[in-house]
Design a protein around this ligand. Sequence first.
Ligand code: UT7
Length: 338
Amino acid sequence: MTRTPTSHFGVLLVGSGSATPSQVISNDQLGKRVDTSDEWIKSRTGIAQRRVISNHETLHGLSAKAAQKAMSMANWEPEDIDLLVLATSTPDDLFGSATQVQAELGAKNAVAFDLTAACSGFLFAMITVSQFLRTGSMKRALVIGADQLSRWVDWDDRRSCVLFGDGAGAIAMELSKEEDGLIGFKMRSDGARGSCLNLNNNEDFEELVDGTVFQKGGFSPIRMNGQEVYKFAVREVPAILESLLNTNNVKPKELDWLLLHQANQRILDAVAERFSIPSEKVLSNLARYGNTSAATIPLMLDEGVKDGRIKPGDLIASSGFGAGLSWGAALFRWHGHN
Ligand code: UT7
C-alpha cells in the first residue's frame, strides 16, 4: 500500500507522552543469567540497560499513563477523545487492552481497539488513525504504542533476551482543516519471510471428550533469527525511506530528524549513513531502553519533545520494521501544542 492520501482534511500531532517501568536491568545483571557481557551487548547493539514491568505495574497502566500525558500536552479532556488505538502484540487481555486504557482514562466517548503489527505497530496505528481523521468522521485520537515483550522473551536465550525491554509511548492527533502534519507514508508486509521472528501459539493439544481434542492456550517464547532480521532491516528500511522521500520530493538534508524503530544502533547507523544524515539528527535512546517493540517510536519522540530537541515544525522521517514481516515509513511534522 503506497498511496499518499489526497483528502483536503489534514492531521496534526499535538501531544506526546510516555511511561516506562520502574525496574532497570543492566547488561551486567543479565550476565548473571546468561553467558554474555556488557562489552558484547553494547558493541553489537548499543544497548546498556532495559526496563522490565514488575508485579506492581501493568501494560495497560503504563499505556494509560503515557496517553494521559499526551492528552494533557494537547490540552484535551478525556471526553474529547473520539478514538483510541493501542498498538501492541502483548496485551494484558487477548480480547484487547485498548478498552482497559479507555476506562482508566475515563475517555467514555472514544471507541477503543488494539492493533497488532509487532514493531511496526505504532507507525501502522498512526497511519490507520489518520485515515479516520482525514475523512472528518473523527476529530481527536490517541495513538499508543506499548509492549511487554519481557513476558515472552526466553530469558535463557542470550541471542535474543539482551535486545528487548518494556515501555509505552503515545501521541495525540487531531483533524485540521488548515494544515497537514502527515506528509506521506508507505506500508509493506511480507508474510512469506515471516519465519525469522515469531511468537507462536503452543502446539499443545489435550483431549476434550470422546477422542476429540482442543488446543490449550499459551505461547512459546520469542524465536528469532537475528542475522536474517538484521539483513531485512538494513535492506528494506533505506529502500522504503528513499521511496517515501522521492514521492514527496523531500531531500534527506531537509530532514530535521531520523526517527527509526529502536532495534539496534548498528541498524540506525547503517540507515543514516545510506542517506548521509549526520548522527546528531539520528534519534536514539536504545542505550537506556533496548527494543520496546511498538513503543520505541513514540517513546523516543516524547523524549525529544520533552528535552526540547524536537521543535514545532520539525520535519521527521520515521520507519518501523519487524515481525510479520512488516515495515513502514512516515514523513511528518511535529506540531506540538499551540
Ligand atoms: O524489532 C526487530 C527485532 N529484532 C532485531 O532487531 C534483531 C536484528 N539483529 C540483530 O540486532 C543482531 O543480529 C544481533 C544483535 C541479534 C546479533 O548480532 P550479530 O552481530 O548478528 O551476532 P551473531 O548472531 O552473528 O553472533 C555472533 C556471535 C555468535 O558466536 P559464534 O557462533 O561466532 O561463536 C553468537 O553465539 O556472538 C554470539 N552471541 C553472543 N555472545 C555474547 C550471540 N548473542 C550473544 C550475547 N552475548 N548476548
